[in-house]
Design a binder for this molecule. Structure first.
Ligand code: GLC
Ligand code: CA
Length: 528
């Protein structure tokens, strides 16, 4: 059950460490930085895609599921990275992108050659609608219709993302088997599991019905939000597909050495938890990102945690996330002082935390000049009002990791593919390693403290959620108290105890009946 006791750390390979002076991070760079990750204390790495790809969506457009793109290195580089990670006791999850391929994948190149090609049915092809336009009203996440006409054969193909990312036809058992074989390819190499891209989108309505309008949509909002996604998200067939993938993982699992599935699923909690029943080990719980960070109040966070906890059965293991490569940076959403409080929350809630590279430095959103925008989501929807999932460009949260004050922050020896954050000379790993009160030190302490059985396994109970304070108990032994305000606050404790960690990293001391919290301070109290 290693995946219940681990901390997952997401690496965006393009931006972690460049090892060959082309300005783009690579697998060898990640290997060189393994000691940093080991020292941080995380147990599991999740690597965003490094497959062969034309990079229209930076690797989420896969042209070969069983090879490494030259920009990231070679299969041998991957094997070396995996071996060394395992040698250090680190697990490795890789990204699996089963919903769509690149339009340059040999399967699609074949599929589009003729209507009777044996691979035609591997993708979703439809005749034009009655008026000659797209077959229905489905919209892409990246703007515009989810259908593109292929002149040669006179049919449209479906793509929920870019036209260069055609959706695979998951109804076709050959497609499912092909993806299972790709999974086996990596499982045989020794990966510990997969983070599965857009798991909740795999199945589509077999009748391809129009989606009903969304009354909240306004001109300028992303096209994808025009409709309620009754027919393109969370379809019943998805659960059978998840179950099959779980079986593939189980072929390679042994007690204590489970191969696991983490699912990218943006759904309300009551629908999210059904993916546990289908066999997904950790359906990503994004509720803190989608509902918590925009309304950062004790009452709201307690509501989210209680709602989630109350939906889990004893067989479901919780998980929590504060950031990823598709979401604005934590430090920019809350400011550094409250980002520290949020880190304490993440690492002391019940369940497996997932941490996004750079958040341990409180890295803010990068500043991307218009002529350096890379993200296709931004380029396609540039003139729209930003609102909602994927509508803002995602470059700001993908800037290079600043390691030290040497040129290009130790990330590369040439100008990186995205600009470094302007404050890199003062906000980098080396500076924070030397500063005993940096957020980097706080994250290390939190990850280490989390090994306490009470924090790892103890049940969650809300203690107080008002007046600017959110406090909760973990089992009998720990109370966590978080001050969401920039004023002093006091809290009556259920019993005496000892502060074992403060977000300010400057006190460890006995406490009596009253706990005093300084502005923006969170503490973990061991109850006596
Ligand atoms: C997921 C990924 C995102 C990507 C999209 C299409 O949402 O996290 O980065 O653009 O899928 O693959
Ligand atoms: Ca490189």
């Amino acid at each position: 059950m290693w995946w219940k006791h681990t901390v997952i750390y997401q690496v965006y390979p393009r931006s972690f460490q460049d090892s060959n002076a082309d300005g783009i991070g690579d697998l060898e760079g990640i290997r060189q930085r393994l000691p940093y990750l080991k020292d941080l204390g995380v147990g599991t790495l999740w690597l965003s895609p490094f497959y062969k790809s034309p990079m229209k969506d930076f690797g989420y457009d896969v042209a070969d599921y069983c090879d490494v793109d030259p920009v990231f290195g070679t299969l041998e580089d991957f094997d070396r990275l995996l071996k060394e990670a395992h040698g250090l006791g680190l697990r490795v999850l890789i990204d699996l992108v089963p919903n769509h391929t690149s339009d340059q994948h040999p399967w699609f190149l074949e599929s589009r050659t003729s209507r009777d090609n044996p691979k035609r049915n591997w993708y979703i092809w439809k005749d034009p609608g009655p008026e000659g336009g797209p077959p229905n009203n489905w919209q892409s996440f990246f703007g515009g219709p989810a259908w593109t006409l292929d002149q040669r054969t006179g049919q449209y193909y479906l793509h929920l993302f870019l036209p260069e990312q055609p959706d695979l036809n998951w109804q076709n058992p050959e497609v499912r088997e092909a993806i299972h074989e790709a999974m086996r390819f990596w499982l045989r190499r020794g990966v510990d599991g997969f983070r599965v891209d857009v798991l909740w989108l795999l199945a589509k309505d077999p009748l391809f019905r129009d989606e009903p309008g969304n009354p909240e949509w306004r001109p300028g909002h992303p096209d994808r939000l025009r409709h309620q996604h009754l027919f393109t998200e969370d379809q019943p067939e998805t659960y059978a597909y998840v179950r099959e993938m779980r079986q593939v993982l189980d072929e390679f699992s042994e007690p204590g050495q489970e191969r696991v599935m983490v699912g990218e699923i943006y759904l309300p909690l009551h629908r999210l938890v059904r993916y546990y029943r289908a066999g997904c080990h950790l359906p990503f719980n994004f509720s803190l990102i989608t509902e918590g960070l925009p309304d950062w109040r004790p009452e709201n966070i307690a509501r989210i945690v209680e709602a989630y906890e109350s939906l889990l059965t004893p067989w479901d293991w919780p998980n929590w996330v504060l950031g990823n490569h598709d979401q604005p940076r934590l430090a920019s959403r809350l400011g550094e002082a409250q980002a520290r409080v949020a880190a304490m929350l993440l690492f002391t809630l019940r369940g497996t935390p997932t941490w996004y590279y750079g958040d341990e430095l409180a890295l803010p959103n990068g500043e991307i000049p218009p002529d350096r925008i890379q993200d296709p989501a931004a380029l396609r929807q540039k003139d729209r009002t930003p609102a909602g999932y994927h509508s803002l460009g995602r470059d700001p949260e993908r800037t290079p990791m600043p390691w030290d004050a040497s040129p290009y922050a130790g990330f590369s020896t040439v100008e990186p593919w995205l600009p470094l954050n302007p404050d890199w000379p003062v906000r980098n790993v080396a500076v924070q390693e030397r500063d005993p009160q940096s957020i980097l030190q706080l994250v290390k302490r939190l990850i280490a403290l989390r090994q306490e059985p009470g924090l790892l396994l103890g049940p969650y109970r809300t203690y107080r959620a008002r007046g600017g304070i959110y406090a909760y108990l973990r089992g009998e032994g720990f109370l966590v108290a978080l001050n969401f305000t920039d004023r002093e606050r006091a809290l009556e404790l259920p019993q005496k105890g000892r502060v074992v960690l403060s977000t300010h990293l400057d006190r460890e001391e006995a406490v009596g009946e009253t706990l005093r919290l300084r502005p923006d301070e969170g503490v973990v109290v061991r109850l006596s």
